[in-house]
Write a protein of this length. Sequence first.
Length: 143
Amino acid sequence: MRRYFACLLSMSLLLVVAAFVVLWVAPQHFLSAMPLLVLYFTVVTAAQHYLVLRAMQRSPRTFVQVFLGSTIGVLMLHLVLIVAYLLGSGLRPKLFLIAFCIGYVCYLAFETIALVRYVDSEKKRRAEQKQVSAEASPLAVEP
């Protein structure tokens, strides 16, 4: 879990640096919301990952329910944020939507890769435990 959060913070730092590079290179395309979007996506992604991993430890059925529910909840939260920004601040909506889409894609790819890696490592760990318990069983038949 620590490795995940370290990678998440590293990616977030890179995106904040990218936002400030936009400020230095093309200030007319910089929005003050860009670094805040990075913070928003970091918090939402970390919370979603934590909930999904907790559900994965319970049962497969709980995992599916929590994963689908959290995905729908996060999408609704994103929609509310976009609508609130567009209605509340009419400043350069195209730039905000572009920045939001870039952040969404980056964090979605990161979360998907992290979750697939975790599931694969969990499968391997469970297979090894099953093999060790089968070898230790007194009823095991030797070939």
